[in-house]
Design a protein around this ligand. Structure first.
Ligand code: MF3
Ligand code: CO
Ligand code: CO
Length: 285
C-alpha cells in the first residue's frame, strides 16, 4: 500500500495529488517555476475556505444593504462586527498586528487600510472601499467592494468601473498552470489603457489557513512570468488603482492608512480565488 498524500487528505498519494505532482515535476524539468506544494490546499481545506469566503461575502452584502450618505465609517465597522458574529464568524483584522477594527474602510484618496472612525462621515460623491476579512471555522475569507455614494464625478465612475473590469479581465484569464505574472499583466494593461495607475508595492496574497500567505500577487506583471498557478492554490487579486500615480504615503499617526501622494482618487476591488483542475472558482467577492 502506498503512503498517504502530503496534502494531509489522509488518502493514498496515488489517489490524491500524484497526477498533479507528476505534472509539476515535468514542468519544473522544462524550466518553469513552481510554487512550494505547501501552497496547495486539500479538499477539506478548500471546503473550509469556500465556507469562509461565502460568509465573508454575506457580510459585504450586509454592508451593501445598509451603507448610505451620512453614516460614519465606524457605523460600517459596527455592522461588520455584529453581523460577522451573528453568522458565527470572527472579524480577522480585529487585533491583527495591532489593527484596531473589524474592517477596512478606505474613502476617496485613501488607497487601503482605512481605519473606521466616527469622524469620517460618508458624503455625496464619495467612493469607498470596504474590505472584509472573516475567520470562519478556522478558515479565512477575504474580499472587498467599492461603494459609490449618491452622484459621483465622471472620473470617479470611470476609476471604479476600470478597477472592477481589471479584476474581471484578470480572473477570466485564470486557468491551472497559467503564470502568476499574467494577473498583473492584464490588470496593469487595463488600468493604463484607461489612463490610470496601479499601485505596485501593495498586492494580493495567498489566503485561507491564515490571512496572509504566499504567494505575493503583484498587480503589475509580465505575461508568461512568475510561478505557475496550481489547482488547490487560493489567493486574492486586489488591485489598488489610482487616478494620477501609483505612489502613496502612510499615515504615521495611525500607522495604517495609505493615501495617494497627491490627494487624487484610488479604487480597489478584491476577489478571493481558487485555482481548480479546469479553471477557477471565486470564493469571495
Ligand atoms: N483585508 C486586507 C487584505 O486584503 C488586510 C487587512 S489587514 C489590516 O489583505 F490589518 F489592515 F486590516
Ligand atoms: Co487581501
Ligand atoms: Co482584504
Amino acid at each position: 500500500m502506498g503512503k498517504n498524500c502530503w496534502c494531509g487528505s489522509g488518502l493514498p498519494h496515488e489517489a490524491c495529488h500524484k497526477a498533479i505532482e507528476d505534472k509539476m515535476r515535468e514542468l519544473r524539468a522544462q524550466g518553469y517555476r513552481l510554487p512550494n506544494k505547501r501552497l496547495i490546499k486539500n479538499a477539506a481545506q478548500i471546503e473550509g475556505c469556500r465556507e469562509a469566503g461565502r460568509i465573508n461575502a454575506m457580510v459585504l452584502d450586509k454592508v451593501a444593504e445598509n451603507i448610505r450618505i451620512g453614516m460614519s465609517t465606524q457605523d460600517i465597522d459596527d455592522i461588520v462586527h455584529s453581523y460577522t458574529k451573528e453568522l458565527g464568524g470572527i472579524p480577522a483584522t480585529l487585533g491583527f498586528e495591532g489593527y484596531p477594527k473589524s474592517v477596512c474602510t478606505s474613502v476617496n484618496d485613501q488607497v487601503c487600510h482605512g481605519i473606521p472612525s466616527k469622524k469620517v462621515i460618508l458624503q455625496e460623491g464619495d467612493i469607498v472601499n470596504v474590505d472584509c476579512t472573516t475567520v470562519y471555522n478556522g478558515f479565512v475569507g477575504d474580499a472587498s467592494r467599492m461603494f459609490c455614494l449618491g452622484e459621483i464625478s465622471e472620473n470617479a465612475k470611470k476609476l471604479v468601473e476600470t478597477t472592477r473590469e481589471a479584476v474581471d479581465i484578470a480572473v477570466s484569464h485564470l486557468k491551472p498552470y497559467c503564470h502568476l505574472g499574467d494577473i498583473g499583466y492584464y490588470i496593469n494593461k487595463h488600468a493604463r489603457e484607461n489612463g490610470f495607475h496601479v499601485v505596485r508595492d501593495i498586492g494580493g496574497h495567498g489566503v485561507g489557513l491564515s490571512m496572509h500567505e504566499d504567494p505575493y500577487v503583484c498587480h503589475i506583471g509580465r505575461l508568461g512570468h512568475g510561478i505557475l498557478l496550481i489547482p488547490g492554490m487560493i489567493f486574492t487579486i486586489e488591485p489598488m488603482i489610482n487616478e494620477t500615480s501609483g505612489d502613496f504615503w502612510m499615515d504615521e499617526q495611525d500607522g495604517w492608512g495609505i493615501y495617494t501622494v497627491d490627494g487624487t482618487l484610488s479604487a480597489q476591488v478584491e476577489y478571493m480565488i481558487l485555482i481548480t483542475e479546469d479553471g477557477y472558482e471565486i470564493l469571495s467577492k
